[in-house]
Design a protein around this ligand. Structure first.
Ligand code: NDP
Ligand code: GDR
Length: 374
């Protein structure tokens, strides 16, 4: 993509419209558009007929790999997907973009989203994930669009952190365990506060882990699927991981972006958990992923000395590296999506086995093509 593709939309299209006329439009603004969820959500909204605007960070290397396939040159006819340079740490640009785009729906997906990294970059994580949410909400107010915009906040199961009750649902008390979780807690409450204070249609989607072949490579599922593919292709010997006994409720990102959209189509704004209702260990994900390539992993040893061996060849394929341990861990996540099912008819479609298979197969195919879609 060349720089020219980010040319701004120049007309304040909504300013002269009545409330009804404004709301009848379908214009979405997506922060974090270059991320895993941003790319699936953009595909979903374009299919629904939306005009979609995404905020993209300036980067010295390409960060548009996940959206290249849906992006068209702005000079072509009928273009409905636009990109704007911006950053969640820059209020002025957020006000400028919101005023220009005049969206009917805003999806706030931008975040420093890596839990382990948030221990190393705690202040920055707070700035982007907590204050960034406040800046975006205020940009909507400053632009005079409080009663015209529906707002989605990417809240997270990391809010639950330390286990207080399982399965975790909308009423479960929060106990975050990382700077990321704490920053997202602020994001959650500022959304509730703006809903209650200013009557904004603003919702929190409390989403449990969702993965895909587009998942960032340093998150555990993608790290595993890529390593399994590379081992299969003879490019890697061994996979190094941290806590393989952690349990997560893993779904497919494509199912979850539909839930985000549904939250903004209800009569009243509410917060919803999206989850599968199943939990699995990282260890189980490793075993399933290797099984896709016909390999069985057997475990030996304990704690940091535990190893995973190929049952047929005896080669060590998994080792523990304590550098991947977190200062405080979230041991168990298991969500209860009953409210989303009952009120919005939302349910995950892709099963755990299908998810693991899709990720490993995609990484093998990507590896074969010497290309990785991420
Ligand atoms: P990713 O890490 O894949 O994407 C994050 C996006 O945020 C990227 O587009 C990134 O841009 C952008 N971003 C990061 N920092 C800034 C900044 N300072 N200003 C503007 N944009 C920024 O995350 P996911 O797609 O997986 O997740 C989407 C959202 O949902 C995140 O808020 C995450 O915390 C939350 N979430 C995710 C879950 C999951 O399991 N995936 C579960 C629950 C919540 P760039 O590409 O340039 O880095
Ligand atoms: P998580 O996802 O922290 O749940 O946050 P991640 O995949 O990073 O970790 C899941 C579990 O795996 C354990 N683990 C490892 N994790 C990573 N990244 N790398 C390793 O080598 C490794 N070894 C073991 C972790 O300790 C953890 O228990 C994700 C993000 O998308 C957040 O933005 C989102 O809010 C939550 O999911 C819900």
């Amino acid at each position: 993509m060349s720089e020219s593709v980010f040319a701004p939309v120049t007309i304040l299209r909504g300013s002269s419209l009545s409330l009804e006329e404004y709301k009848a439009r379908k214009v979405a603004l997506v922060t974090g558009v270059t991320g895993q969820d941003g790319s699936y959500l953009t595909e979903f909204l374009l299919k629904k007929g939306y005009e979609v605007h995404g905020i993209i960070r300036r980067s010295s290397s390409f960060n548009t790999g996940r959206i290249e396939h849906i992006y068209k040159d702005q000079h072509e006819q009928g273009v409905k997907f636009f990109l704007h340079y911006g950053d969640m740490t820059d209020s002025t640009c957020l006000v400028h973009i919101i005023s220009q785009v005049q969206p009917t729906e805003v999806y706030n997906l931008a975040a420093q989203s890596h839990v382990k990294v948030s221990f190393d970059m705690s202040e920055y994580t707070g700035d982007v994930d907590a204050l960034g949410t406040l800046r975006l909400l205020d940009a909507i107010r400053t632009s005079g669009l409080t009663d015209r915009v529906r707002f989605y906040q990417a809240s997270t199961s990391e809010l639950y952190g330390k286990v207080v009750e399982t399965p975790q649902k909308e009423t479960t008390p929060f106990y975050p365990r990382s700077p990321y979780g704490v920053a997202k807690l602020y994001g959650y409450w500022i959304v509730v506060n703006y809903r209650e204070s200013y009557g904004m249609y603003a919702c929190n989607g409390i989403l449990f882990n969702h993965e895909s072949p587009r998942r960032g490579r340093t998150f555990v599922t993608r790290k595993i699927s890529r390593a399994v593919a590379d081992i299969h292709l003879g490019r890697q010997e061994c996979l190094y991981l941290g806590n393989i006994d952690a349990k997560r409720d893993w779904g497919h990102a494509r199912d979850y972006v539909e839930g985000m959209w549904l939250m903004l189509q209800q009569d009243t704004p509410e917060d919803f958990v999206l989850a599968t209702g199943e939990t699995h260990t990282v260890r189980s994900f490793i075993e399933k992923a290797f099984a896709v390539t016909g390999r069985k992993i057997v475990w030996e040893g304990h704690g940091v000395n535990e190893i995973g061996k190929d049952a047929d060849t005896g080669k060590v394929r998994v080792r523990i590296d304590p550098k991947y341990f977190r200062p405080a861990e979230v041991e168990l996540l298991l969500g209860d999506p009953t409210k989303a099912h009952k009120k919005m008819g939302w349910k995950r479609k892709v099963t755990y086995d299908e998810l693991v298979t899709e990720m490993v197969v995609a990484d093998i195919e990507g590896g074969l093509n010497n290309d990785t879609f991420n």
